[in-house]
Write a new protein. Structure first.
Length: 321
């Protein structure tokens, strides 16, 4: 009971610190809110003794990136004449989010985390650095790092059989989408973040319930279960008419006006990620299924399919201008 109340308190502080950051226009205050978020997240992942090495690695990387970020903020306002410290700022934020080439800590850490903490790492912990990216760095400077993360994050998924590592690289691939959505508008960011979080939660919840850590464990599952997981994976890649498609399509139409090169790589990476997900699933996907197997898992899987399709319709209605 005490453990649950402590966890609830930490989660509430995380929500409050992120909300404070969203409502602030002061860079230093945003940095402080982000650090509060980090400090509160550490106790949530420190339950297992196996996590000690990973927690220390995570703490060192986050502390180093926070120090570089704070230094760049101070120098930006104190150095005379004013100098451009965007490269230093961008490096620190890329370290924080695990964007390529500063991504090596993220997959190994994700593999050790519980599914609940993976959900937090893949969703909530991405908000604060995304806001800082948009507050401090110009779009033109972000183009090359985002293209590299889009392409390498997608291709790196092919080399892994661990579901947690695949989702870590999927997180790297989706980070540029999240940054671009915030650059467009806060309403666009909310739209993308909501759909992305829903897909992650549905997928990770399904993997947790079925105790699935590796892709080859899907061989032991029935066809409907495989189909349900496949739907969530291709939805994450942005395949129409899934839940993940409409927000990405809206972002793409706006970015196309800003940078043709960026939009081309966004489309290309989405196509590659969809192909990779289908390639992972197809050898294990059984076309024939018995009515008994269908009825056994019909209710929960129908709900996920309904959420994916109705979610797309809802976002079409709530489309930001």
């Amino acid at each position: 009971m005490l453990m649950n109340s402590t966890k609830t308190m930490f989660l509430m502080i995380m929500i409050i610190s992120t909300t404070m950051m969203l409502s602030s226009s002061n860079i230093l205050f945003s940095w402080m809110s982000m650090e509060i978020n980090l400090i509160v997240f550490l106790p949530l992942i420190s339950k297992s003794k196996k996590m000690k090495d990973q927690i220390m690695k995570y703490f060192i990387i986050q502390s180093l990136s926070s120090s570089i970020l704070l230094l760049s903020i101070i120098l930006k306002f104190k150095v005379e004449p004013p100098m451009n410290f965007e490269l230093m700022t961008m490096t620190s934020l890329m370290m924080k989010t695990g964007m390529i080439p500063f991504h090596f800590w993220l997959p190994t850490m994700m593999e050790k985390l519980s599914w609940e903490n993976c959900m937090i790492m893949n969703t909530w912990q991405k908000i604060s650095p995304t806001i800082m990216f948009c507050q401090m760095i110009k779009f033109n400077m972000l183009i090359i790092p985002m293209i590299i993360s889009l392409m390498m994050g997608t291709i790196s998924m092919m080399k892994n059989s661990s579901m947690k590592k695949i989702l870590a690289f999927s997180s790297i691939y989706n980070s540029p989408w999240m940054i671009l959505s915030m650059l467009i508008s806060k309403s666009m960011f909310l739209l993308f973040f909501t759909s992305y979080s829903m897909i992650n939660i549905m997928l990770m919840n399904k993997l947790k319930k079925n105790n699935m850590i590796y892709m080859n464990q899907m061989n032991k599952k029935n066809s409907i279960m495989k189909f349900s997981i496949m739907i969530n994976l291709i939805s994450m890649s942005g395949m129409p008419p899934m839940l993940g498609f409409f927000p990405k399509w809206m972002i793409l139409t706006k970015i196309n006006e800003m940078s043709i090169m960026m939009s081309i790589f966004m489309i290309l990476s989405s196509m590659i990620s969809t192909f990779i997900y289908l390639k992972m699933i197809s050898p294990m996907f059984l076309l024939q299924m018995t009515k008994k197997k269908m009825n056994k898992s019909k209710k929960s899987n129908q709900m996920e399919l309904t959420i994916n399709f109705l979610g797309t319709m809802m976002f079409m209605i709530l489309k930001p201008n």
